[in-house]
Ligand binder design. Structure first.
Ligand code: ASP
Length: 439
């Protein structure tokens, strides 16, 4: 059994957190490959080391004073090293980093040092080999991740390694310069390592006990999702539920490696298991609810629209011309509605409207703003009759007016459009009808 274990910034923010991580790794011999993030926030008012590194680099590269910020960063590591009683001195590393900052080695280089240094500390603490991600994770010259080369080189590099620490978040280009993934990218590194070593499991340790059925800011103490498929996750993540970096799914998914989201502060919790497919019955008809505010709809009416071949294309071309992607497009006999992100649309509103008038000469066109979309997602919906009925009667009882309904052809989700103001009420009503009454 081989496991890759990735620990997020809050799991590694202090010596106290490091000790918890040490216990977790030592508690299971199959936890052989460790991917650390940079130290994160110790409390709400704290700063992430990655953010400090960006600030420090920007100041140094601009010729401004940066020493104070550098000191703050050094202190963060000193607290961890001292608290763990390690015989490790990072002075030389910090000298190199400072020199490279002044030589303008780049923001990616700067940010990556958070993970790099934490990897050194972690390797020393665990007695594992340290493998610099720059030597095994590769990007092309244009900055795209080179999956093939990485998989080959990393696989070979790790083949005969018993235990190792590989810092998350970054790799290098062929010319040796450092490139990072987007923020939160240590999740991606963990997934890449899991694929390269053909892991049995990718454990992603964070500060929550898994994916929640609904947003805890709306639902008090929502249930944790025990098992979720990659497709369900994609739907929920798209609609705003975030725990894992989106790009972390791809490498392991292709290899059929499950991801287990775990809580460093509550290691006894089983967390959420993310799998390709499962015959485990979900606990409830629905797996999760997520949603986003801030959409608007453009409603177009034209008599005999249905008979006009190319009508939809002409309308969508107008949006395309302004670089606006559409979210949903429900249509009726002589009507068609396009949902877009309000923030993307506002700037081009009048041009798009004029464009549609010119392209299809509609009889009537109106817009509605401040809408929210809610996705009710669940593999269990397919086998259950009456799911939609239950959702809509719950919403009716809650006096929520439904503006739009869209059921994906996979029967994996039902999307509901409501007014922004009804957003929370609608989520509560849906949660209650499925989770509270199915226990
Ligand atoms: N340290 C990086 C960030 O803050 C990457 C990560 O934590 O995954 O975004």
């Amino acid at each position: 059994m081989k496991k890759v274990v990735k620990f997020g910034g809050s799991s590694l923010a202090s010596a106290k957190q490091f000790k918890k991580v040490g216990d977790i790794i030592r508690g299971d011999k199959s936890r052989r490959f460790v991917v650390p993030s940079a130290p994160g926030k110790r409390n709400d008012k704290d700063e992430k080391v990655t953010d400090l590194l960006y600030q420090c680099y920007d100041a140094a590269a601009d010729g401004k004073s940066y020493k104070k910020i550098l000191e703050k960063i050094k202190e963060r590591y000193a607290e961890i090293i001292d608290g763990l009683d390690l015989n490790l001195n990072l002075d030389h590393e910090f000298e190199t980093i400072e020199e490279n900052f002044l030589k303008k080695a780049g923001r990616d280089y700067a940010a990556s040092r958070g993970e790099y240094l934490n990897g050194l500390v972690m390797a020393e603490y665990l007695g594992f080999e340290f493998i610099d991600a720059a030597e095994a994770i590769f990007f092309d010259a244009d900055g795209t991740f080179n999956a093939e080369l990485t998989n080959k080189e990393l696989g070979e590099r790790l083949e005969h390694v018993e235990r190792a620490v590989i810092p998350g978040f970054y790799g290098s280009r062929q010319d040796g310069t450092i490139k990072t993934f987007s923020r939160g990218g240590s999740d991606v590194t963990g997934s890449i390592v899991a694929k390269a070593i053909h892991a049995d499991m990718y454990e992603n340790w964070t500060d929550v006990s898994g994916f929640l059925v609904a947003d805890p800011r709306i639902i008090k103490n929502p249930e944790v999702i025990e098992t979720i498929t990659y497709r369900e996750l994609r739907e929920l993540a798209y609609m705003g539920a975030s725990v894992l970096h989106e790009d972390a799914i791809f490498p392991v998914r292709k290899e059929g490696i499950p991801i287990n989201i775990r809580n460093t502060n509550k290691p006894e919790d089983k967390g959420t298991l993310i799998v390709e497919s499962t015959c485990r019955k979900p606990n409830y008809t629905i797996t999760g609810i997520a949603g986003k505010r801030g959409f608007c709809s453009i409603n177009i009416e034209k008599a005999m629209m249905n008979a006009e071949v190319g009508f939809g294309r002409k309308v969508l071309e107008v949006f395309e011309k302004f670089g606006i992607s559409f979210e949903h497009m429900p249509s009726g006999i002589d009507t068609m509605t396009v949902f877009v992100h309000q923030s993307e649309f506002v700037e081009f509103e009048q041009s798009v409207i004029a464009g549609i008038h010119r392209a299809v000469e509609p009889d009537f066109l109106e817009m509605e703003s401040d809408l929210a979309l809610i996705a009710v997602v669940g593999r269990g919906m397919k086998a259950t009759r009456g799911t939609a009925g239950r959702i809509f009667s719950a919403l009716a009882h809650a006096r929520v007016n439904v503006k739009m309904i869209d059921q994906g052809s996979s029967e994996l989700n039902i999307i509901i459009g409501v007014k922004n103001g009804d957003f929370e009420e609608a989520i509560k009503a849906i949660y209650d009808i499925f989770i509270m009454t199915e226990v």
